[in-house]
Design a protein around this ligand. Sequence first.
Ligand code: CA
Length: 231
Amino acid sequence: MRRILIAEDEPRIASFVEKGLRANGFTTTVTDDGRDALLLADSDDFDLLILDVGLPGRDGFSVLRELRARGRRLPIVILTARDSVEDTVAGLEGGADDYVPKPFRFEELLARVRARLREDGAPETTVIRVGEAALDLRTRRLTVGARTVELTAREFGLAEMFFRHPNQVLSREQLLSHVWGYDYDPGSNVVDVYVRYLRQKVGEARITTVRGMGYRLEGSGDGDGGVTHAS
Ligand code: CA
């Protein structure tokens, strides 16, 4: 299991990132202080560091430079305010692997995290099958039986959540924060609207409404959730 250190001092964002990563099978540790982040990351305990720039104790760039100066090679994904992307690009030259501007959707962060870990040698998940439907994570196409369906970016984000968790009830809140981001209005009905769009593409009966709880992608028993890895 991949271990991720999250250095983020805004509790709402730290918890959003932590929940999302755990739901995707990662082990997480959170710190809200730059000095602690340096201490923790300067060990062999983590596979990747998600590093906020504005941290108390020691700022993210300084943590980054110090880790690289000490020869730590772990992948680092920087979280930065959208209006300081220029500074961040300077930070990348200082040894970060990637950055994600805030506010971000969880899906964006997850893609960066997966990409960085993959370079590290992990196999890439490319096709997830549930029943006769298959979602290709690389081409972002959905195949249902012999039919290939194009998805919009949001539909793909939603489909990916369902396909990664077949036969599980996903709440509106989970779907909203995962696909739309933590800044989205929780009173919005956008999830319901997009579930309708997705049903039209994947088959009406494939996504069940679980009253008062959320939605579930129905598999058909054995063989569902099968994952193909790129060779
Ligand atoms: Ca901060």
